[in-house]
Design a protein around this ligand. Structure first.
Ligand code: FES
Ligand code: FES
Length: 159
C-alpha cells in the first residue's frame, strides 16, 4: 500500500493542507477532497478537456495530473473566476452568446480561454481554433463558443 503524502496547495487563493494517496488525481482531489465540483471529469484520460484547470497559470488536464504533483503550487478552478458572485467577462460572454448548452464542457473551455487571453489578448480566429482544438463539446456545434470567445475579447479590451 503506497504511503499517503502531505501536500499544500493554494486553490482560488485559499491555502489547503491535505494528506492524499499518491495515486489520487488532481481532479478527484479538487472535487472530492476539497469540495470544488466545478471541475468536470469526462473521458478521464486527457482527451476531452472538461477537467482543465490552471496550474501556476498554465492550463492542464487535472484528470491526468496527480494531486501530489500539485504540491506547493497555485491552482485556479472555474469556481475562482467570478468575484463576489459577479461573472467575469469571459463567463458573461459565454452566457450572453449561448456558448453552452448542457454545460458539461464549459469549465474546461472557460479555463482554457482564460489562459489564452492571458497570453494573447487579441487572438486571430486561427489562433482561437488552435487553442481550443483540444476542448470537446458535444452540444453546441462550437459556433456559439467561438462567438462567446470573440465577445470575451471585446469585453476584456473595453474593461
Ligand atoms: S476528463 Fe480530463 S481530459 Fe477528459
Ligand atoms: S455544452 Fe454540452 S458538452 Fe458542451
Amino acid at each position: 500500500m503506497p504511503t499517503p503524502r502531505q501536500i499544500q496547495v493554494t486553490v482560488n487563493g485559499r491555502r489547503y493542507e491535505s494528506t492524499v494517496e499518491p495515486r489520487l488525481t488532481l481532479a478527484d482531489y479538487l472535487r472530492h477532497e476539497i469540495s470544488l465540483p466545478g471541475t468536470h471529469v469526462g473521458c478521464e484520460h486527457g482527451v476531452c478537456g472538461a477537467c482543465t484547470v490552471l496550474w501556476n497559470g498554465r492550463a492542464v488536464r487535472s484528470c491526468i495530473m496527480l494531486a501530489v504533483q500539485a504540491d506547493g503550487s497555485e491552482i485556479t478552478t472555474v469556481e475562482g473566476l467570478a468575484t463576489d458572485g459577479a461573472l467575469n467577462p469571459i463567463q458573461q460572454a459565454f452566457l450572453e452568446e449561448h456558448g453552452l448548452q448542457c454545460g458539461f464542457c464549459t469549465p474546461g473551455f472557460l479555463m482554457t480561454v482564460t489562459e489564452m487571453l492571458e497570453h494573447n489578448p487579441n487572438p486571430s480566429d486561427e489562433e482561437i481554433y488552435d487553442y481550443l482544438g483540444g476542448q470537446i463539446c458535444r452540444c453546441t456545434g462550437y459556433q456559439s463558443i467561438l462567438a462567446a470567445v470573440r465577445s470575451a475579447i471585446q469585453k476584456k479590451a473595453s474593461a
